[in-house]
Write a protein that binds this ligand. Structure first.
Ligand SMILES: CC(C)(COP(=O)(O)OP(=O)(O)OC[C@H]1O[C@@H](n2cnc3c(N)ncnc32)[C@H](O)[C@@H]1OP(=O)(O)O)[C@@H](O)C(=O)NCCC(=O)NCCS
Length: 181
């Protein structure tokens, strides 16, 4: 059902105004109940890259990608994070999000990334794709409306992880070395 859906990896810096506006509109339509800022295309911070799903030129889905080194009890680790995955309400249930998640995994594997990471309250889709909840205490940079508020230190119920190599996700504190996406 997604045969005509094309996925593209885009650099945020290369988005033209039309693409940027399409992303802003999609996020506003997909997160109506959150306090998602209506006038911009990110919640806390601009992602460096996104994956876009289009059908006949129309933007159906998107996610932001966060490629990062983090600190763990067993040394540094590389992660690829998924941010604000969403699919237009009238295009849901056709596997578009699944295609996007599969592509994230391909990109992570090809790039030698050790772990896929995301934060989600509803775990269904992600568990189906092999992500598991992890309960590590986290450290991260707290950001609110373009202001740094200090360092957060606690476990976050939404944390989900999928290892891409033989290395197991470490126990103990994880330092995200940046904001919680
Ligand atoms: C979650 C979302 C991206 C799924 O997109 P999709 O293209 O319909 O996903 P797929 O077709 O690949 O898979 C559908 C499955 O996702 C699961 N799912 C549905 N809503 C979900 C949600 N909000 N979070 C996690 N999983 C969800 C269900 O198991 C569903 O299968 P089912 O209908 O047979 O039960 C889409 O519902 C959406 O944009 N929701 C609003 C934004 C959102 O909550 N994003 C997640 C932020 S973490």
């Amino acid at each position: 059902m997604t045969a005509h859906v094309a996925l593209t990896l885009v650099d945020e810096l290369g988005l033209d105004r039309g693409q940027a506006e399409d992303i802003r509109r999609l996020l506003a339509a997909c997160f109506p109940d959150w306090d998602y800022p209506r006038h911009r295309r990110y919640f806390k911070q601009l992602p460096a890259r996104r994956l876009l799903a289009r059908e006949d030129g129309r933007l159906l889905g998107q996610l932001g990608l966060e490629h990062r080194a983090i600190g763990t009890a067993t040394g540094p680790a590389t992660i690829l994070g998924t941010i604000d995955l969403c699919v237009a309400p009238d295009a849901r249930g056709r596997g578009v999000a699944s295609r996007l998640l599969d592509r994230v995994e391909q990109l992570g594997s090809a790039g030698g990334v050790e772990f896929l990471v995301l934060f989600a309250t509803d775990r269904r889709l992600y568990e189906r794709h092999g992500y598991r909840h992890a309960d590590n205490p986290l450290r991260w940079l707290r950001i609110d409306e373009h202001a740094s508020l200090g360092i957060g230190e606690e476990a976050v119920d939404e944390l989900m992880v999928k290892p891409l190599t033989a290395r197991a996700w470490p126990e103990g504190q994880v330092d995200l070395l940046g904001y919680l996406f």
